[in-house]
Design a protein around this ligand. Structure first.
Ligand code: ME8
Length: 511
């Protein structure tokens, strides 16, 4: 029996086209999902689209379309993006699907039956853009005296009848849960923020709306639709077949191992969601990790500035693997980052073409020329060889721990240390000179390099699946030999190698 692992991205709002921020979360989650599969896990990787709410209703209206037509169109764009980015999701859930509506209504009933939902009236400062109410003390005042949300969004005073979730009743339970599960929220700074938010006192949460119709009806009260966040968070269990958990083979994946989210929605995932789950008697997700935000050449991405980066355009220009690599290499995961075209090109040329591409190219052309195009014999290794190899074999062990902390940038740096060490090794050993002075030693050196590059390529598969597939093929590694466990066995000497070809071309800016 394989251990299982469930990972999710947020389900994205369909009120606008996908941009590089969405691509970022999906690529990061995909790297982790692929990593776990290579490490022998049975993985369930969920993504999808969040399709209800007033903003969507309005966006559809602005385009003169019915909400359903509109969400069908935009959801398809998100799905297309995921496919073009080679995101290996196991399910793409849409909140307008019947299976999801049924699940939300069942969860609502379960929580209501347990006594945690009541009808009241809500008055407060509401932000349409953020789809939530803010407390008076959270608001900021503009120089011209208007009140705005901490996110900068407009707010207006609203009063409506509303169902409430008794969040206040969960304050102590949540604190206890945080204490008992120190790994529940990452990074640590976000955990501390949330802890102080809980300690400052939790108010009951308004979870229904009467001001619009585009949502899931509250069971037993058709005047109300569910608040989008109640609806949206439930996707994580509706995809697994909730409430028919006995009949669902997928329920074995619950509780999820990781909800990967952007920092602005950590609160919804790390406070409301565990409270809903506990109130329904369900297990709580094991970990919520929130990453930072991308700006573009130092500025916030926005349609009005016209600096929105479209992920598919990037891929068209630079290729998929370099884009995946750049996004995860450029900034420490968890912190904020800035997209700049020049840094992408620099990383492509310095780290992909020079460091890794040249290492592979130099090694493989010599193997072709001087070892008859076959995987070289192992031979008798010296201390230099053992030093490099023993560092390389530790890679999967180090990466495992880093990936479990979502330290994707550390994982890449760990791999790059080996690549740099291998370049130093090849320069120092100079197999091209050994060819004349000590051909036997040359074979040993080339074989060490083949073995080390194989470990590197195996470990880089989650980040750059296409390029590493090519590289592993050039190293003579069969498709059935690419799991981490396969690194236990060496590639047999004498295996025929295909003709080497460059994997990472240099990027030259068009005149
Ligand atoms: O919040 N930098 O959907 P959403 C990095 N439907 N990541 C970014 C980003 C940026 N500039 N912009 C967006 C929602 N993201 C809800 C989620 S989940 C039950 C419901 C990423 O379309 C990041 O992951 O606004 C962020 O959390 C997510 O897209 C927000 O997507």
């Amino acid at each position: 029996m394989k251990p299982h692992y469930m990972i999710t991205t947020p389900i994205y709002y369909v009120n606008g086209a996908p941009h590089v921020g969405h691509a970022y979360t999906s690529i990061a989650a995909d790297v982790m999902a692929r990593f776990k599969r290579l490490d022998g896990y049975d993985v369930f990787f969920l993504t999808g689209t969040d399709e209800h709410g007033q903003k969507v209703e309005q966006a559809a209206q602005n385009q003169g379309q019915t909400p359903q037509k509109f969400v069908d169109m935009v959801s398809a764009q998100f799905k297309n993006m995921a496919d073009r980015l080679e995101i290996t999701y196991d399910d793409f859930i849409r909140t307008t699907e019947d299976r999801h509506k049924k699940s939300c209504q069942a969860l609502w009933k379960k929580i209501a039956d347990a006594g945690y939902i009541y009808l009241g009236a809500y008055e407060g400062w509401y932000s349409l853009r953020d789809e939530c109410y803010y407390g008076e003390d959270e608001l900021e005042t503009t120089p011209d005296g208007r009140k705005i949300a901490p996110t900068g969004a407009e707010v207006k005073w609203l009063k409506e009848p509303s169902y409430f979730f008794k969040l206040s009743a969960w304050q102590d339970k949540l604190l206890e849960f945080y204490e008992q599960n120190p790994q529940f929220v990452g990074p640590e700074s976000r955990r501390n923020e949330l802890l102080s938010f809980i300690k400052s006192g939790l108010r009951d949460l308004s979870i229904s709306r009467t001001s619009f119709k585009w949502g899931i009806p509250v069971p037993g009260d058709d005047d109300h639709v569910m608040y989008v966040w109640f609806d949206a968070l439930t996707n994580y269990i509706s995809a697994l077949g909730y409430p028919d958990v006995e009949q669902s083979d997928l329920w074995r994946f619950w509780p999820a191992d990781l909800h990967l989210v952007g920092k602005e929605i950590a609160r919804f995932h790390a406070l409301y969601w565990p409270a809903f789950l506990m109130a329904a008697g369900l297990d709580v997700t094991k970990r919520i990790y929130s990453h930072g935000w991308w700006t573009v050449e130092g500025e916030k991405m926005s349609k009005s500035v016209g600096n929105v980066i479209e992920p598919l355009k990037l891929v068209e220009e630079f290729g998929l693997d370099p884009v995946r690599f750049f996004l995860l290499r450029e900034v420490p995961f968890g912190g904020d980052g800035d997209y700049s075209r020049q840094s992408l090109i620099n990383r492509m040329n310095n780290e992909l073409a020079n460091d890794l591409g040249n290492l592979a190219q130099r090694t493989l052309t010599q193997v072709t020329r001087n070892c008859d195009g076959k995987v070289p014999e192992i031979g008798k290794r010296n201390a230099d060889d053992e030093a490099l190899l023993s560092k390389a074999v530790l890679l999967p062990i180090l990466l495992r721990e880093q990936i479990d902390r979502q330290a994707l940038h550390e994982a890449l740096e760990t791999i790059w240390k080996i690549i740099r060490a291998s370049n130093a090794y090849i320069d120092h050993q100079a197999p091209w000179t050994l060819k004349k002075t000590d051909p036997e030693r040359m074979v040993v050196v080339l074989r060490v390099l083949v073995d080390v590059i194989r470990i590197v390529a195996t470990c880089l598969q989650p980040f750059m699946p296409g390029a590493m597939d090519k590289l592993l093929t050039q190293l003579g590694v069969l498709e059935t030999e690419r799991q981490f466990a396969d690194l236990e066995n060496v590639i047999p000497s004498g295996r025929d190698l295909p003709k080497p070809a460059g994997i990472f071309p240099r990027f030259v800016e068009a005149e």
